[in-house]
Design a protein around this ligand. Structure first.
Ligand SMILES: O=C(O)C(=O)C[C@]1(C(=O)O)C=C[C@@H](O)C=C1
Length: 376
């Protein structure tokens, strides 16, 4: 029987041949790429790749080897596509992405919409981004805010997209797909809930607590210590504060921000009742203009992938290969298609970067319904 050293020598020789074959294959793929650049043909040929996978599988026997050779070829063809996308960038054939670079946003003159009522966390986020005295109005729903942007009654909308403890705001993700609006900025604000009631209220008086469902969840540990309190969810935390003020009933309290409590003349009965001491929410600034700031450093996109094994893996390889740091990925069901998903990804970069253009070119060919949601 051969020794380990002898077997390894055999492997080294085979690997030397594989490396030479790989180099030759890539050289030919490069020539195919040059031809495609010249003729303006698509890099990704899904049918040719399917045929190739069937062909190589037919040349080996046994399920294990059929699967193995197919995996190997998926990788090989993915590498040759990436080489070809790079050739496209070098040939300047990527063109410009349909977004216009701007030096800054005109925050002073902007008219801004937020969802909720006076005192909402969205208002705090808006003031944090646009300044305390910005020209603003509020609407009842996230959809209303998106519509105000789309039809131009507001220049920007400020919408919550993600909370550090409760996760994504799904409706806002879905609206970003539905509307032709784009993310141009973001801001993160701490979300510190308080228990607030009418002046003179004692905690022993309380029977009912009003707040937005997410805020009740984010303060569940404190509220669970008072199991006799009935928890009632309303549209948002500022509305809860307003209700307590209007009902003039000391058996009611609201879970809301200190700002909303003050605005509605309530007294804080217990400060910072969050489960998570560092609870914060990320808000996006949305516009109907396809613009991006010169120093933008984050890109949000969404796409769908064919409902077959390995497709997400191949899509994500465009980030890895182009050295782009993927900071977040979310998925949402695609309407009308059970168990199929749309992916939302955030990655670091600016649309003027070659690596970003290269990755987007690959994604556009290989994923379905790619939408660039913004660079900010
Ligand atoms: O045949 C082509 O068009 C190629 O570019 C080569 C190749 C491959 O590596 O085999 C690469 C990309 C295409 O999606 C299909 C096949």
């Amino acid at each position: 029987m051969a020794t380990l050293e002898e077997l390894r020598l055999q492997l080294d020789e085979i690997d030397g041949q594989i490396v030479e074959l790989y180099k030759n294959r890539m050289k030919v793929c490069g020539k195919v790429g040059e031809l495609k650049v010249k003729t303006g043909s698509k890099i990704f040929d899904r049918q040719r790749e399917r045929d190739k996978l069937l062909d190589v599988a037919s040349k080996v026997s046994g399920d294990f080897n059929k699967k193995g050779i197919q995996e190997l070829y998926e990788q090989l063809m993915s590498m040759s596509r990436k080489l070809q996308y790079r050739l496209l960038v070098e040939a300047g054939a990527l063109g410009r992405l349909p977004f216009i670079e701007v030096a800054s946003l005109d925050k002073q003159k902007a008219r801004v919409v937020f969802q909720g009522v006076e005192g909402a966390y969205s208002q705090a986020a808006m003031q944090h981004y646009f300044g305390d005295n910005c020209n603003s109005f509020h609407v009842r729903t996230f959809r209303d805010a998106m519509e105000a942007i789309e039809e131009g009654s507001a220049d920007y909308a400020v919408l919550p997209i993600e909370n550090s403890s409760a996760g994504a705001v799904n409706e806002v993700y879905d609206l970003l797909v539905e509307f032709e609006n784009y993310i141009v900025g973001e801001t993160i604000i701490p979300v510190t809930h308080t228990l607030a009631g009418l002046p003179g209220t004692k905690q022993e008086d309380i029977r009912k607590v009003y707040s937005k469902a997410e805020a009740l969840m984010q303060t569940s540990r404190f509220l669970d210590e008072h199991s006799s309190w009935q928890q009632i969810s309303v549209v948002n935390t500022a509305l809860a504060a307003r209700k307590v003020l209007e009902d003039r009933d000391k058996s009611q309290a609201a879970v809301c921000s200190a700002y909303a409590a003050k605005l509605h003349g309530l007294t804080i009965l217990q400060d910072n009742i969050n489960n998570e001491p560092n609870n914060s929410t990320r808000f996006i600034v949305v516009s109907n203009q396809k613009i991006f700031l010169k120093d933008a450093s984050k890109i949000s996109i969404c796409f769908e992938v064919p409902h077959e094994s390995g497709s997400l893996y191949h899509i994500l390889s465009h980030f890895i290969y182009n050295d782009l740091n993927l900071s977040k990925i979310e998925s949402r069901p695609v309407e009308g298609k059970s168990w199929e998903y749309r992916f939302f990804a955030d990655f670091e970069g600016n649309m003027a970067d070659a690596a970003v253009k290269n990755a987007i070119r690959g994604l556009r060919e290989e994923a379905m319904n790619l939408k660039i949601l913004g660079n900010y």
